[in-house]
Ligand binder design. Structure first.
Ligand SMILES: *Cc1c(COP(=O)(O)O)cnc(C)c1O
Length: 466
């Protein structure tokens, strides 16, 4: 492709993207596609001869958009948001155009130094002490994996990487049942094994881990000769927004000299608002904290920030330096690939820089406060309807509810009918063994009218689903 064609098509797709965003309200939120609808329209082998951009782009327009669930739709109330604020899309387009690899300082000095700065902007914005450094990871799953590997190595006196786990007694990690499945996977991949992920019971309105039970579990493991390594706490669990009492848990963790990782992948964004920080009170005692600007804050996926108290421990766990990665004469500078599992790294700092400057922290706070308010209002309206019950009260902008017109099957039928209707998109979860419908407000372009639409759609469809 010559540079003129590159320029023309870049303009065409920029126009397409802007039209797509502007027209989202007219589309059904969840794809209305059947399995196999898309694949049968795609050739079953790559062409031998190149095709024109006109042909390729026409196929894109014909096949792809209708096969998408529209995550940037203002009435996306499912899962958690994966916001891509337009300004971050623009920044990501620049990052894609220059396509720099930001693995070492030398391979992209601007990538590294901008990352150091914007991650520190976020540290300050979240009210975390300057004892924390930070790094942008591709996802919370990998940040948590990195944290689990560090806790494992510290517990094994840095011998796990070299000797493997079979030479040692069982390494034990503690978490409640409310944590995200990325914790289970980090435990599998680190070789610790699910049997050594000790589940601590929860209590109270926030479904937080019981610190007394945590202490007892650690003591019992010590008595049986296991090696306690660390605790994974959550602020804003995925199902119903569970929050562990971080201060009390950190006290137990410190008594036993363990490592504390806090998963605030979704809720972390809300901590730019000081009034929500009680949900993770005591977090400054953590060794590692992850939150995803690619969820609520608006930085295009992928952009997950891990704050760490001791980068040296993480580097000791993850860094490996063959000669071809040495940068002689540049010792003592940050090579962020030594803080993460993958070597290659996109220029992710750029979208944070653009996002934070364009909207300002106050603009982002307003968005988050609106979402919390609208979600609380909707929960109140549903609670006032005789045939609805609130199953979990709002934690920030997430709550769950149930239609009393029937049991699990009825509520699943309701979610499906709502998503087939297409005006809004919701998902379900299980609370105390029973199906509940989740609602979260968080989409960047959402308005109060969209919350009103959610109320009408939910109540109207509930009364006609059998
Ligand atoms: C979304 C989420 C994750 C996983 O995030 P990825 O960045 O997709 O890996 C982990 N924990 C919580 C609490 C989440 O909400």
């Amino acid at each position: 492709m010559d540079s003129e064609e590159f320029r023309q098509w870049s303009r065409t797709v920029a126009d397409w993207g802007a039209d797509y965003r502007a027209g989202l309200r007219e589309r059904p939120v969840r794809a209305q596609t059947k399995p196999g609808d898309i694949i049968k329209q795609i050739a079953d082998a790559a062409p031998e001869a190149g095709e024109t951009m006109e042909t390729i782009f026409a196929d894109f327009e014909r096949i792809i958009p209708d096969g998408l669930t529209h995550w940037q739709h203002p009435r996306f109330f499912a899962y958690f948001p994966a916001n891509a604020a337009p300004v971050s899309v623009i920044a990501d387009y620049l990052a894609t155009s220059v396509a720099a690899q930001c693995m070492l300082w030398q391979t992209s000095p601007a990538g590294t130094e901008l990352e150091t700065r914007v991650v520190d902007w976020l540290r300050q914005a979240l009210g975390l002490p300057d004892a924390f450094s930070g790094v942008i990871q591709d996802s919370a799953s990998t940040a948590t994996l990195a944290a689990v590997l560090v806790m494992r190595e510290k517990a094994l006196d840095w011998k796990g990487n070299s000797e493997g786990l079979s030479a040692h007694k069982a390494v034990r990690v503690y978490a409640s049942k409310q944590v995200h499945t990325s914790i289970d996977r980090a435990i599998w991949i680190s070789g610790i094994g699910e049997a050594n992920l000790v589940r601590i019971p929860t209590k109270g309105p926030l479904n937080g881990m019981d610190p007394v039970a945590l202490d007892a579990a650690i003591k019992a493991d010590l008595a049986s000769g296991h090696i306690p390594a660390g605790v994974i706490a959550c602020t804003g669990g995925t199902s119903i927004g569970a929050c562990d009492p971080i201060r009390d848990i950190a006290a137990v963790v410190k008594t036993h000299g363990l490592y504390l990782h806090v998963d605030a992948a979704w809720a972390g964004s809300a901590m730019i608002c000081p009034e929500f920080r009680t949900l993770w009170d005591g977090v400054e005692a953590a060794d590692s904290i992850v939150f995803n600007p690619h969820k609520w804050l608006g930085a295009n996926f992928d952009c997950s920030v891990q704050f760490i108290r001791s980068p040296a421990d993480q580097v000791r766990t993850l860094a490996i330096q063959p000669e071809y990665l040495k940068t002689h004469g540049h010792d003592g500078i940050i090579n962020y690939s030594e803080w993460s599992v993958p070597l290659g790294r996109r220029f992710r700092a750029l979208k944070l820089w653009f996002l934070l400057r364009y909207h300002g922290l106050e603009g982002l706070r307003t968005m988050i406060r609106n979402h919390v308010t609208w979600s609380e209002e909707l929960a109140k309206r549903l609670a006032a309807e005789p045939d609805f019950e609130i199953v979990s009260e709002p934690v920030l902008s997430l709550f769950s509810f149930r239609h009393k017109g029937g049991g699990d099957e009825h509520n699943i039928a309701l979610v499906n009918a709502i998503n087939d209707d297409g005006r809004i998109y919701l998902t379900q979860t299980r609370v105390d063994g029973k199906i509940a419908i989740r609602f979260q407000a968080g989409q960047f372009e959402m308005t109060r009218d969209d919350a009103d639409t959610a109320f009408s759609v939910i109540t109207e469809i509930a009364r006609r689903v059998k």
